[in-house]
Design a protein around this ligand. Structure first.
Ligand code: IDP
Ligand code: MG
Length: 139
């Protein structure tokens, strides 16, 4: 496995609850290099665009509302096998199913408000990184 990049978000629930620092510590502890990081807010159009793959899902409107409710932190992460390793570090989408010690198990309230995002494949990782970061930020 070669060195790979993935995209992550510390979602508005985690930022509001004061868990951003602990989540960043978990990022570093899991061996990721933070290539780029920014606190921002999503417009409704940005949230709809970012989650366009889910637009037909019953939870789409609620997800967009959640992701626009307050500041979030976007991250470009790098390590060997980063995409799979970050998903493992986050834990299952629904914290009720997440393994002990994972970020979602530790900090997530429910399947919607699950505190972190992670890309699911190399193509989506590159698309999502480019959604938020310019080429020069990712050097
Ligand atoms: P992932 O974030 O683990 O990749 P996805 O299935 O891609 O999970 O869903 C994207 C996001 O949509 C989730 O992280 C969560 O915030 C929300 N979500 C997923 N499934 C549900 C659901 O059944 N109810 C409410 N929100 C959901
Ligand atoms: Mg996903």
């Amino acid at each position: 496995m070669s060195v790979e990049r993935t995209f992550s978000i510390i979602k508005p629930d985690a930022v509001a609850a004061g868990h951003a620092g602990a989540i960043l510590a978990a990022v570093e502890q899991a061996g990721f290099k933070v290539l780029a990081m920014r606190m921002t807010r999503l417009t409704q159009a940005q949230a709809q665009g970012f989650y366009a793959v889910h637009r037909e899902k019953p939870f789409f409107a609620g997800l967009v509302k959640f992701m626009t409710e307050g500041p979030l932190i976007v991250l470009a992460l790098e390590r060997e096998n980063a995409i799979a390793k970050w998903r493992e570090t986050m834990g299952a989408t629904n914290p009720a199913n997440a393994a002990e010690g994972t970020i979602r198990k530790r900090f997530a309230a429910n399947v919607e408000r699950n505190c972190v995002h992670g890309s699911d494949a190399p193509e989506t990782a590159e698309t999502e990184l480019r959604f938020f970061f310019s080429t020069s930020e990712l050097l």
